[in-house]
Each structure stands twice: as structure tokens, then as C-alpha cells.
Write a protein that binds this ligand. Structure first.
Ligand SMILES: [Zn+2]
Length: 152
């Protein structure tokens, strides 16, 4: 018996087509909305795939799986992205406001601190959860999911 034929390597010309890998991508069982829809649902704290359930167990803890559509939300590890975007947005709101107030009336430092320290704190606190939801929505759309759920 011809071993080359069994392994399907180097077939004789015209004998048969060489083996091809299966390049078809299996579709995930959960819904696949457009990216903007998924991010929008995430920003509202809903499942990015179906929009029917809440995405968070606690303030920033994402549920392992959507109870409605089964999307593996826990496999989308946002890591440092939500704090990065939160700092970026908060800084771009607070710093120009500080300059504007300072230019406008030059208030003493304690008044500036009394206004802008709490504003920075609560703005970052308010933005962090929606931004994390939006990031999970983006990651789910891009299929940026961990393959091993136990991997840290
Ligand atoms: Zn869902």
C-alpha cells in the first residue's frame, strides 16, 4: 500500500486535491448584535448579546454567563481597559473645567480642592461601571474571550 496516499501528502498530479484545513468558523450560540448595539447595551449594564439581563453581579463583577442567552460574559476579561478609559474621560472633563474656573475667578486653593476633588472622585465612580460594561460589549463583539475559564 502506498503510504503517501494515506497521509494525503504530495499526491500525484491529477490524482486528487490536497487536503485542506477546515477554515469555516463555527458561529457562537448567543445573538450577535452590531458592535454599536453591543457597546450601548454594555454601557447600560445589560447583556451585550441580548440586552435582557444585567451584566454585573456587584459593582464591577461581571456575571459568568447571561441567564437569558448564555453569552459567556465572564470570559471577556476587560482588565485595565475600563480604568484607563475612565481616567482618560474624567481627566478630559475635570482638567479643562479647573483651568476655566481658575481663569474666571481665581478662587483660593481650598475652594478649588473642595469642588474638584469630589467631582473627580464621583465622576470616576459613576463612569467606571458603564465603561466596563461597554468594554465587555466590545470584547464580546470582537470575540475577545478567554479560552480557559480557569485561567487567571
Ligand atoms: Zn444575554
Amino acid at each position: 500500500m502506498d503510504d503517501r496516499k494515506d497521509l494525503n501528502m504530495n499526491p500525484a498530479p491529477g490524482e486528487q486535491t490536497p487536503w485542506q484545513p477546515d477554515r469555516s468558523v463555527a458561529s457562537n450560540p448567543w445573538p450577535h448584535p452590531p458592535m454599536a448595539t453591543a457597546i450601548g447595551r454594555g454601557l447600560l449594564g445589560r447583556c451585550p448579546a441580548c440586552g435582557k439581563t444585567h451584566i454585573f453581579n456587584s459593582f464591577l463583577k461581571v456575571t459568568a454567563e447571561c441567564r437569558n442567552c448564555g453569552a459567556p460574559l465572564g470570559l471577556a476579561q476587560a482588565d485595565d481597559a475600563p480604568p484607563y478609559f475612565t481616567i482618560l474621560i474624567t481627566g478630559h472633563i475635570v482638567v479643562p473645567l479647573m483651568f476655566m474656573v481658575d481663569r474666571w475667578s481665581e478662587p483660593p486653593l481650598w475652594i478649588m480642592s473642595a469642588i474638584f476633588l469630589p467631582l473627580t472622585f464621583f465622576l470616576a465612580l459613576a463612569l467606571l461601571q458603564p465603561i466596563k460594561g461597554g468594554t465587555v460589549g466590545l470584547m464580546l463583539t470582537l470575540n475577545m474571550l478567554k479560552s480557559d475559564p480557569n485561567e487567571t
